[in-house]
Design a protein. Structure first.
Length: 397
């Protein structure tokens, strides 16, 4: 039996220029996730840790970032847990590679051993005899691969070990979606590789698949690299075993990231005022939570919500708060004013135009009234504001 911990896309040292004063905190979260990975590997007594690219966010890192990573790898060395690292597209093994600038195995105390291996263009695989495994991870000295790293690989023809593992930072080909990716492989190539397991990095959400007899998976980023990546936060524990002559692969997802994501839909009809909305959302305050709120349904006549103000007032209570108003203004209730009046003519004109837009939208794409037709939604808002203004109400625009 062989037990693996598969991770990728840790992105240590990411600058997060889009996060402003929260950038430092997010870097600390990513490092905390890396510490949690090491903790898990030691606690689970895995045989091998696989890092499928982008351990570092770029090849330009301060020495303290490299030293911090090496200190965690040293913990694995001291626990006699082997580690194999594949370069990615952010920490590509080019002339300026961080893996050329720093001897990571030496910094982690693994000199003269097979406890840490960094794959390179001139070292496309490593045979770890003590584990009876070969880890295959062809990479190139350029960010954009000149060919598929799986080209010509057939582990069935390699008799060096019982187990054959792939370790790549690459995109599985999806027509129209991965055409511009730097490193692309196909499911046909995965199947032809006859690997027992292919550990992949590059996609930040956990994804699993099988091609032929080869199981493959993306571990996803252990902590969100961008705070809209709700599929990140996990690593994979992989167990390879034999049942008679049959090879068995078991993949377990384990949570290591702190960032949580929640999508919340609120019926605008149940909201009385903006302060009441703020008070309701404040009850969910959590510095680890990315909260995406949508107001839906038909809003009360007098309800005015400024989503920017809500986000500003509550922003410090969440990792990220986004509030979007998708609610629609009501149509007129009761008896209409006479068509001879300005208000009566205004209401009839706009409600007629709204009906036309919503009917056209529903016919073309199945949209519900106010749910997908931007013109109809704007006309509903104009109708609501116009009614209030013509009735002498004070309106804040």
């Amino acid at each position: 039996m062989l037990r693996l911990l598969h991770t990728a896309d840790v992105h240590l040292g990411a600058r997060h220029t889009d996060l402003g004063d929260r950038a430092v905190a997010q870097r600390e979260r990513q490092f905390a996730a890396f510490v949690a990975i090491v903790d898990l590997a030691i606690a689970e007594r895995v045989d091998l840790v696989l890092i499928a690219g982008d351990l570092f966010d770029s090849n330009v890192q301060p020495r303290r970032t490299v030293d911090a990573a090496a200190a965690q790898l040293r913990r694995l060395v001291e626990a006699k847990v082997r580690t194999v690292i594949a370069p990615g597209t952010h920490d590509v093994y080019d002339g300026a590679s961080i893996y050329r600038a720093y001897d990571l195995p030496a910094l982690a105390g693994a000199v003269g051993s097979d406890l840490i291996t960094v794959l390179a263009p001139d070292r496309p695989d490593v045979h770890i005899a003590a584990l009876d495994v070969v880890v295959h991870g062809r990479c190139f000295p350029t960010k954009r691969a000149p060919r598929s790293p799986l080209e010509g690989l057939d582990a069935a023809q390699d008799g060096r070990a019982r187990w054959h593992i792939g370790l790549l930072h690459a995109a599985v080909a999806i027509p129209g979606q991965t055409d511009r990716d730097d490193v692309v492989i196909t499911t046909e190539e995965i199947a032809a590789s006859h690997l027992d397991y292919l550990a992949l990095g590059h996609w930040h959400s956990t994804t699993k698949g099988k091609a032929g007899e080869t199981n493959y998976a993306y571990s996803g980023a252990p902590e969100a690299v961008a705070i809209d990546q709700d599929g990140s936060g996990s690593v994979l524990l992989v167990t390879l075993d034999m049942a008679g002559s049959k090879r068995m692969v078991k993949i377990e997802e384990r949570r290591v990231g702190k960032t949580r994501f929640e999508r919340l839909e609120l019926d605008a009809a149940a909201i009385t005022t903006q302060p009441s909305l703020v008070a309701s959302l404040a009850k969910r305050s959590d510095p680890d939570l990315v909260l995406d709120v949508q107001l839906i349904g038909v809003k009360p006549e007098l309800l005015d919500v400024d989503t920017d103000e809500v986000e500003s007032e509550l922003g410090g209570r969440f990792l990220k708060l986004r509030v979007r108003d998708r609610s629609i203004a009501p149509l007129t209730d009761g008896i209409l004013p006479s068509a001879e009046t300005v208000l009566g003519a205004f209401i009839r004109d706009l409600e007629g135009r709204i009906a036309e837009h919503e009917a056209a939208g529903a016919a073309s794409n199945g949209a519900t009234p106010g749910g997908g037709d931007g013109d109809a939604t704007e006309l509903r808002d104009a109708l609501r504001l116009g009614r209030l203004l013509l009735a002498g109400e004070e309106v804040t625009l």
